[in-house]
Design a binder for this molecule. Structure first.
Ligand code: SAH
Ligand code: SF4
Length: 357
């Protein structure tokens, strides 16, 4: 019989498991603390549990749910993980450390593949396979913590998948990260291509989580060509949902904007972007395109703008007083952007690339 995986389970779920084992109820809190606070890798480490209990646990349970299939470490210390899920599907996660900040950030996947199909994104080229469970999402963070021996301070939902199309499991995972793993809500970021019902559902939780909107173009029609789901959720409604989110949570939202040479990076578009978000409580994060090989053409569909073009765009976007940053590329030497490693190893296609950079 398959062993029960405990990492990524909630305290009530662990209590239920302990009860079914016939162990006293207080064991559940002990197990919970070993898994989340002490990041235990084995039951032998759990020295306040009797030897018989530890042996019994080892025979019917295991700590991780997902398994590490491949790890790459870059020169800048970015660690890129390829994880196998219980049904052998593969997903990616990344651990990033920044020299100017002491804290570590984990970038996690929320789905296997993605149905949104953005034209510049390797995960979009893969298509959608399935949603992840909350346990599979949280265990990515715990596996990274156990493997690296480090405490994770921030989690960003910017790996594979559209988190707000898996909203209930994502919300459950956010509560687990806050209550079990001990990461403050202010250190969690959920990134979306603009799923309005999902934004409203997340706002209703009234948690001070950062919402990042992948806007990518200030004009409705061109945005639809880059982010096809934009046809369903149009800009006026989307902008309204951002303002409501900021009001409900008290949090400034992040506007993510991919810079595609000649498509989204012109001075006119920088002016239009600044105007569009003028009355939204937000920061703007510009993401220079990471070239990805399109599955059909075997060529990147876009070019990456020069540094000068990136800076010129930034200066215009700053004119309405918003903070505008340009995202640093992390782990470029190890395919650290999600989608890339999986595609390379599974030889399903060309070397792709998406987020987390
Ligand atoms: N599905 C969610 C979260 C995952 S993608 C979303 O789209 O927001 C995380 C971020 O990486 C998004 O802003 C996405 O647009 C960006 N991204 C994906 N592929 C990229 C690429 N090739 N170059 C630059 N940014 C990319
Ligand atoms: Fe999906 Fe986000 Fe990639 Fe678009 S950018 S295809 S929403 S993962």
């Amino acid at each position: 019989m398959a062993k029960v995986a405990l990492s990524g389970k909630t305290l009530p779920e662990i209590e239920e498991f302990i009860q079914a084992m016939g162990e006293p109820a207080f064991r559940a809190r002990q197990l919970h603390s070993w898994i989340y606070s002490k990041q235990a890798c084995s039951f032998e480490q759990m020295t306040n549990l009797s030897i018989t209990c530890r042996q019994k646990l080892a025979s019917i349970a295991q700590i991780p749910l997902i398994t590490l299939s491949h790890l790459q470490i870059s020169k800048d210390n970015t660690r890129k993980y390829l994880f196998a899920l219980p049904d052998e599907q593969l997903i990616e996660a990344v651990l990033m450390s920044f020299t100017d900040r002491a804290s570590l950030s984990a970038c996690v996947s929320s789905q296997v593949g993605c149905a949104v199909g953005c034209t510049f994104c390797a995960t979009g080229y893969m298509g959608f396979t399935r949603n992840l469970t909350a346990q599979e999402i949280v265990d990515q963070v715990m596996c990274i913590a156990r493997e690296s021996g480090q405490r994770i301070a921030n989690v960003v939902y910017m790996g594979q998948g559209e988190p707000l199309l898996n909203i209930e499991e994502v919300i459950k995972s956010l509560h687990l990260l806050i209550n079990s793993v001990g990461i403050g809500a202010r250190h969690l970021t959920v990134s979306t291509s603009g799923i309005v019902p999902g934004i409203k559902r997340l706002a209703a939780e009234k948690l001070p989580i950062t919402l990042a909107l992948s806007l990518h173009h200030p004009d409705q029609l061109t945005r639809e060509q880059i982010v096809p789901i934009a046809k369903k959720f149009q800009l006026p409604e989307l902008m309204r949902s951002l303002r409501d989110y900021a009001n409900a949570t008290g949090r400034r939202v992040t506007i993510e904007y991919v810079l595609l040479k000649g498509v989204t990076d012109t001075p006119e578009q920088a002016h239009a972007l600044a105007e569009l978000v003028r009355d939204v409580h937000c920061n703007i994060n510009l993401i220079p395109y990471n070239p990805t090989l399109n599955a059909a053409s075997k060529m990147p569909l876009y070019g990456r703008p020069s540094l000068a073009a990136q800076m010129a765009f930034k200066q215009i976007a700053e004119r309405t007083g918003k903070t505008v940053t340009i995202r640093l590329q992390r782990g470029a030497d190890i395919d650290a952007a999600c989608g890339q490693l999986h595609n390379k190893l599974s030889s399903q296609g060309p070397c792709n690339n998406t987020s987390c950079s």
